[in-house]
Design a protein around this ligand. Structure first.
Ligand code: C2G
Length: 129
């Protein structure tokens, strides 16, 4: 079984996220999503999410491409995650291109093109949240 992993906040889940998850799953048989916790978001990523970790986890678990959701608590856990879950492929959107090349030592690293016209920031701005 070919395992794929990806990381993110996935707040206000939108079709750009779904496009990423669909293509990530297509690279293997089993997709793990490491979902940023509320603490990681607020302290390390300076992101205040609209939905809590539990709510974002619930949404992701309902996505047909997602097989497992685990917490992303810090920047440093990726190597451990890749080893622990015997991951074959690490996937991120290309806004992160190059940032995780160090993982090439442990697994394949793939950067997929972002869906350009949509973002959580844009949604909030358009809705004036
Ligand atoms: N994404 C995308 N197209 C968009 C928006 C997001 O392909 N229009 C992708 C991002 O490139 C990322 C994933 O969807 O791969 C999740 O996006 P975010 O929740 O914004 O993730 P981010 O906050 O960048 O967290 O350790 C890595 C971080 O946790 C990544």
């Amino acid at each position: 079984m070919k395992k794929v992993i990806t990381y993110g906040t996935f707040d206000l889940l939108h079709y750009g996220h779904i496009n990423l998850l669909q293509r990530a799953k297509a690279l293997g048989d089993y997709l793990i999503v490491a979902l940023s916790t509320d603490e990681f978001n607020s302290i390390e990523k300076q992101k205040i999410t609209y939905f809590s970790f539990e709510e974002r986890k619930r949404l992701l678990e309902a996505v047909r491409y997602v097989d497992l959701v685990i917490p992303e608590r810090n920047w440093e856990q990726k190597v451990c995650d890749v080893k622990e879950f015997k991951v074959d492929t690490f996937v991120m959107g290309d806004d992160w291109k190059g940032k995780f090349d160090f993982l090439n030592e442990y697994c394949e690293v793939v950067y997929l093109e972002r869906t350009p016209e949509i973002s959580t920031t844009k949604i909030k701005k358009d809705l004036k949240i």
